[in-house]
Design a protein around this ligand. Structure first.
Ligand code: 5GP
Ligand code: ZN
Length: 140
């Protein structure tokens, strides 16, 4: 396993040096309950290997994290009777990342939970969308 970052809370949890409610683990990941849950059951899939975010995680680690998220969601589906799910990743502070060790939030949703869509859907200028799409395509 690669570099354990001494100042990283998730590395400390992976190493067993800090307590957590772990609900799933495999060779590549652990999944623990979020200490500040957005809803009942909010969990975090954390790769054992320290990488900062979506842009730096390796393909294999990302695949295993996605598979763990699905596995945990299915287990929540069987045990918590949720009405739906959100998966969320925050990459960098501008996108709300606060722990800089890649993780996927698995958030079970309930019809009566208090969460709200964090953006306001509004009409868009189709020419602008097309121009941005072209910019992204050209960057490939
Ligand atoms: P981020 O904001 O980086 O997407 O998510 C970090 C998440 O980690 C937050 O939802 C926060 O509540 C959770 N968290 C931070 N420190 C700890 C901790 O020590 N233990 C657990 N279980 N969760 C933590
Ligand atoms: Zn870490």
């Amino acid at each position: 396993m690669s570099e354990h970052q001494s100042d990283c809370i998730f590395c400390a949890i992976v190493a067993g040096d800090s307590p957590a409610e772990i609900v799933d683990s495999d060779e590549h990941t652990i999944t623990l309950m979020d200490i500040n849950p957005a809803t009942k059951g909010h969990a975090l899939v954390v790769p054992r290997r320290h990488t900062e975010d979506l842009l730096t995680i390796g393909a294999e680690e990302l695949v295993h994290a996605a598979l763990a998220a699905q596995r945990v969601a299915r287990r929540m589906e069987a045990t918590l009777d949720p009405d739906g799910f959100n998966l969320l990743n925050a990459t960098r502070a501008a996108a709300w990342q606060t722990v800089f060790h890649f993780h996927i939030h698995v958030i079970p949703r309930y019809e009566d939970d208090p969460l709200q869509l964090p953006w306001i859907p509004r009409g868009a200028d189709m020419d602008e969308i097309s121009a941005i799409a072209a910019t992204i395509r050209e960057g490939q």
